[in-house]
Design a protein around this ligand. Structure first.
Ligand code: GLU
Length: 506
């Protein structure tokens, strides 16, 4: 019988969730949905020294904002819980002891000072110290000590760890769903600590035990965990769980927009784009980090952008809704090489979603932003503004800034535009325009345009000569949407007032 697809996102609550982490969650979610499986959230908080308060809620809120529904896990419940590793503490020791019993792990009593001394000695010989088959016999552990000595040490409460006994010189040929065959020689690997003297398991032990107990079918995680793969596979083998071992897929890195290496949170701040889904205040430093949500991105656009970082459906298609992604996603089409993060492309995605939104929906968002600036406008006006301005905007805040001139008459005029368009003949033409506008009724965009165009055409005046200085008078610059849409929104009185002011000033 085919195994039920069960995948997990297993972050450690050590700070805000980086976009790379969100993408890992997204790919897990898409894979689960594609195969009718379950998407779990497990919090890996066994390393108490790195715990950051608020990080867990941040992770849950981020996934919620992205629209990634958690089927099972912290905050959602389920039958394989608890899903927070600190609450599963009691069960890991049994598994560690099981490995000691079967000869796959051993007790080690070396103090940090003794291990430092080994490292220094190796460094002196220009070698790297590895705790493994070559060195373990000279160190203080239960492989080397007599059974009596080991028991005495354990009973006396001497601090110990349990280490995995890495096999010597074995060529492991493993399969990764994205990379294909990957090979490791066990002689280059060390006897990793599985269980610590503080009674806590390490990541490796807890991760493998939980994936087994939670019946995880596929482990989809970042490339940085690929070096842990041989140990994890050997743990499955040592426990005798090879027949239910999950398949592994290691996702490519997200790279910096420029230069080499992995996208870091510092890149975001230095280049002015967010690397976190939501705004985050670091509790230790009070430093505030930008979030996609607060910067005005739509979650659908953010998710779409992330999905295309390291995956495509084999065509040129770039715009995918979440349901479309669930339908189209496959691990086979995830790239092996890292993907360069492009902040401009992120904005482009937002623009694409913005122009698809209804004017009514945008108007509600715009209303909130304008009110913050003390501006109130009727719903119909706001919708008209959104319709006119959205083609040029990436964010609602762009619409808000671009339309401000409708509510606040220009206090000054852009110098370079004035130089270019305010000519000797401009005042006379605008005075005539003023007189004609006074007569226009109704003052709708279409009708005003008809009247003014007829005048310009019949007098062979030239559109630019009238429209360019007219625009400067109304907007203050030569930017903005169609001029007669502006006059309609401003109304006759305000249009004339601005014309007069320009004539008096310029
Ligand atoms: N806790 C690990 C992390 O923080 C999980 C890695 C894995 O998915 O195995 O990314």
């Amino acid at each position: 019988m085919e195994r039920k697809v069960r995948v997990r996102f297993a972050p450690s609550p050590t700070g805000a969730l980086h976009v790379g982490g969100v993408r890992t969650a997204l790919f897990n979610y898409l894979f689960a949905r594609r195969h009718g499986g379950d998407f779990l959230l497990r919090i890996e908080d066994t390393d108490q020294t790195r715990y950051v308060s608020g990080a867990e809620e941040y992770i849950i809120n981020s996934l919620k904002w992205c629209g990634l529904h958690i089927d099972e896990g912290v905050g959602s419940g389920g039958t394989y819980g608890p899903y927070r590793q600190s609450e599963r503490k009691a069960l890991y020791k049994t598994y560690a002891l099981q490995l000691v019993e079967s000869g796959n792990a051993y007790y080690a009593f070396d103090t940090p000072e003794e291990l430092d001394a080994c490292r220094d000695a190796c460094e002196g010989r220009k070698e790297t110290f590895i705790y493994n088959a070559l060195s373990r016999h000279n160190l203080k552990n239960s492989l080397h000590l007599s059974q009596g000595e080991t028991e005495k040490a354990l009973q006396s409460g001497f601090p110990y760890v349990i280490r995995f006994k890495m096999p010597e010189n074995e060529e492991l040929v493993l399969r990764d769903l994205i990379r294909g065959e990957v090979r490791f020689n066990t002689s280059l690997l060390d006897d990793k600590v599985l269980f610590k003297s503080d009674g806590m398991p390490t990541y490796h032990l807890a991760n493998v035990v939980d994936d087994y107990l939670m019946q995880i079918s596929h482990v989809i995680r970042g490339e940085e965990w690929l070096p842990s793969l041989p140990l994890h596979v050997l743990l499955y083998r040592s426990f005798g769980w090879e027949n239910v071992m999950p398949a592994f897929a290691h996702l490519p890195l997200i790279l910096k927009p420029v230069g080499n290496g992995k996208l870091s949170k510092r890149d975001g701040n230095s280049m002015g784009f967010p690397v976190f889904p939501l705004q985050w205040t670091d509790p230790a430093t009070n430093e505030v980090w930008h979030g996609y949500r607060e910067d005005g991105y739509f979650p659908e656009a953010f998710i779409n952008m992330l999905a295309l970082l390291g995956w495509n459906d084999g065509t040129d298609k770039e715009i995918f809704s979440l349901p479309e992604l669930c339908e189209a996603f496959s691990l086979e089409r995830v790239h092996k090489a890292g993907s360069r993060f492009d902040p401009e492309k992120a904005k482009w995605f937002n623009h694409k979603y913005l122009i698809e939104k209804s004017d009514a929906e945008l108007a509600l968002l715009l209303d909130r932003q304008l009110q913050e600036k003390g501006i109130r406008a009727a719903a119909g006006v706001l919708e008209r503004i959104c319709c006119l301005f959205k083609e040029r905007a990436n964010f609602v805040s762009d619409i808000c800034n671009d339309c401000l001139f409708l509510f606040r008459a220009p206090e000054s005029y852009e110098e370079k535009d004035v130089k270019k368009h305010w000519k000797e003949g401009s005042p006379a033409l605008l005075k005539e325009l003023y007189a004609r506008l006074e007569q226009v009724a109704p003052f709708t965009a279409a009708h005003t345009e008809e009247v003014i165009s007829a005048w310009i055409t019949s007098g062979e005046i030239g559109f630019g000569k009238v429209m360019n200085p007219f625009r400067i008078a109304l907007v203050g610059t030569s930017k903005g949407p169609h001029l007669f849409d502006i006059t309609e929104l401003l109304g006759k009185e305000e249009t004339l007032k601005r014309l007069k002011k320009a004539l008096d000033t310029l």
